[in-house]
Design a protein around this ligand. Structure first.
Ligand code: 48F
Length: 260
């Protein structure tokens, strides 16, 4: 059978439009497909929520691919290993309480299981703003990442969501937009972004979980964005906190939306 380029083109356009149209109204919109965003998406989709992740890069996985300084191994502690076990990612004990995993296996497996659980991932799409109604985040404003790179003046499109997760890592991009546009109204002690502190693995890891919470009505922070928003330490290439934060934010949102 000769291949028809136009059928190939039609298939891509129609299937993508179906996928995008199916995600115009979501239970949960996640910004950033790093470890915390992917894990959050996985647990939420497993609970039956309609979830999409918007990732500005072409690749998913955020900072996990590179392990530490591009040595593509990650380290998790005992608590974090539980999540890798759930994803059936191979871990190797290093010394008491420390385990390593292959960063490539970790990213690809978490992503694959998130997709199979029902998460819709949109890559090369940047979240540039939020929808707000009466001091409550109700959605996202999205555009192709290439528009920003090319500095084109093109209006964005919008996604409605009951809850939004900022899982954008060190940049805490969504919270930044809210702070810029809504002033000192964040749910932090100062009402503003508290800012990330230097590297301290022990405190950074524990605080990631404590700081995984609502940062503005309807907007939750997870992963490194949680510590950047609420003012705690970075932790470097130990990833247990990121995985556990993804699980925790999914639990918090489930409490809020309660779909059983
Ligand atoms: O940085 P990232 O991996 O976030 P994370 O889940 O994990 C942090 C660790 O990788 C590491 C660490 C600890 O162990 O400190 O850094 O908190 O992934 C964040 C993702 O968000 C995307 C970005 O490209 C990355 O893949 N992102 C950032 N801003 C936007 C965005 C945006 N405005 N729109 C869409 N995606």
């Amino acid at each position: 059978m000769p291949l028809d380029e136009i059928i190939i083109t039609q298939a891509i356009i129609e299937r993508f439009i179906e996928k995008l149209k199916g995600c115009l109204t979501l239970d949960v919109a996640i910004v950033g497909a790093g470890p915390s965003g992917l894990v959050a998406g996985y647990y939420l989709a497993k609970k039956g929520y309609k979830v999409a992740i918007f990732e500005k890069k072409l690749s998913i996985g955020g900072g996990m691919w590179g392990g530490g300084m591009m040595f593509n191994q990650i380290v998790v502690q005992t608590e974090g290993k539980r999540i890798l076990d759930e994803f059936k990612i191979k871990t190797m004990p290093f010394s008491k309480g420390y385990y390593t995993a292959d960063a490539i296996e970790a990213v690809t497996t978490i992503c694959s299981k998130a997709c199979r659980a029902g998460v819709n991932i949109f890559n090369a799409i940047c979240v540039e703003d939020v929808l707000i109604r009466e001091r409550h985040i109700v959605g996202l404003v999205i555009n192709w990442s290439t528009i920003e790179v090319a500095r084109l003046e093109v209006d964005p499109l919008t996604i409605r969501a009951q809850c939004v997760i900022d899982a954008t890592g060190h940049g805490t991009e969504v919270v930044k937009v809210v702070e810029k546009k809504m002033g000192e109204t964040l749910l932090t002690p100062t009402g503003k972004i508290m800012g990330e502190k230097p590297l301290w693995a022990e405190i950074g890891e524990t605080d990631t979980l404590k700081n995984t919470k609502e940062a503005y009505p309807g907007l939750f922070v997870a992963g490194m964005a949680a510590n950047a928003t609420f003012g705690s330490y970075r932790m470097g290439p130990i990833f247990g906190g990121m995985l556990l934060s993804g699980e925790r934010v999914a639990d918090l949102i489930h409490e809020r939306l309660k779909k059983d």
